[in-house]
Design a protein around this ligand. Sequence first.
Ligand SMILES: Cc1ncc(COP(=O)(O)O)c(C=O)c1O
Length: 457
Amino acid sequence: MKNIAKSNIQQPVTHHWHPMAEPKLAEQSSPLVFERAEGVYIYDTEGKRYLDSQGGLWCVNVGHGRKEVKEAINAQLDRLPYYTTFGDTSNLPVMELAERLARMLAPEGMQRVFFSSGGSDANETALKLARQYWKLSGEAQRSKFISLKQGYHGVHFGGTSIGGQMYLRSMYEPVLPGCFQVDTPWLYRNPYSDDPGELGKICANLLEREIVHQGPHTVAAFIAEPVQGAGGVIVPPANYWPLVREICDKYGVLLIADEVVTGFGRSGSMFGCRGWGVKPDIICLAKGINSGYIPLGATVVNERVRQAWDADHPLAAILHGYTYSGHPVACAAANAALQIVEDEDLPANAARVGSYCLAKSEKEFADYEFVGDVRGKGLMMAIELVTDKISKEPFRPDDPFLELIQDLTRREGLLIRNLGSNLIISPPLVFTKENVDEMTGMIANAFNQAKSKFNKR
Ligand SMILES: Cc1ncc(COP(=O)(O)O)c(C=O)c1O
């Protein structure tokens, strides 16, 4: 996978192994080096300005360089830069943040928060707490996890094992036993139905069949993203999540929502599950929790899960935790960032500007012969590129056409993420319609220049 494109600095990568990149290829080129950022723009070391339609990595929801967040971070650094929250010690920002999250998630009935350093940690925590929950509840044999194909839950062994993208796990196999994936309700690519309602029912039924096949008494939890992000912004039909909740209830299976991307407004409601009218048992959060200013993750559980820890049980201690669980500076950043999310009603802005962006992108890009699908919800969108519109054949990851699109968009001054055959759009949630016009204009310029090269491939 080559994803380091044309550079502004002639200094090859030597000692730094980049995540999600092939070292040999990275060493042959030079990275694009950024120096500063403000609002929805980011600047490289030459001063060239880019519109950040990636929001960093789906995370800079309040925009770059927000004064309120910087001030909160600085003030916390002056007071208490770090102390552990293991055992019986705490700090003021983490206490405030736990209360804040419980308030924000009150409609979902969430009761307790466990902090970590990012999305992979939040998922790992959810899986371990789910297993512990069943041990405390007297059903220790419930240890299996079911998840979705194309799903992404981070890079720890738990997340890799429940992840539904095989190319991300083959080099690290064998993965954990007891993890199974069922079909995602993906309207653009499925062998079942073009009707959203019918597809939702069929895929929910596939989940039920898998639970029954495994034996419900062995299944700990079903975990999924309310809208799949890294899988290519796959938006499930509206009936899917409510049906999933019903099925989980029928068999007593815990429902875990991985809201690392969708949490805090990205999909157009404060939480993705709220957008589907569903209350999960466990929610995983990261990224937008403090807009990526400092690493932070959180796993939140409802009353059903919490009360299992009331038991007088030899395994009731949560012997899981990170050095940076409840890091005071990360939590201070979160309190400031979430205040902005609420004060500026960024979920509503994501819904409004996202609808405009989707409609405009469908109108402007759907007719290109290399565009197969344009889809999204809120401010998470994908333009799926295909080599053939009829067969829907995706590009191979090493197809030079993908690199060409990346180079052309960057030359235009746009950061848009090439993820396999998908162009992912996940800008800061403060994005305006004018920003969308600027972005779509740059994509159109890049596509028009790429057109002739596509035909000569
Ligand atoms: C849905 C989802 N879960 C988990 C993760 C992992 O988060 P992190 O990279 O912070 O470990 C991601 C990252 O993109 C994600 O999209």
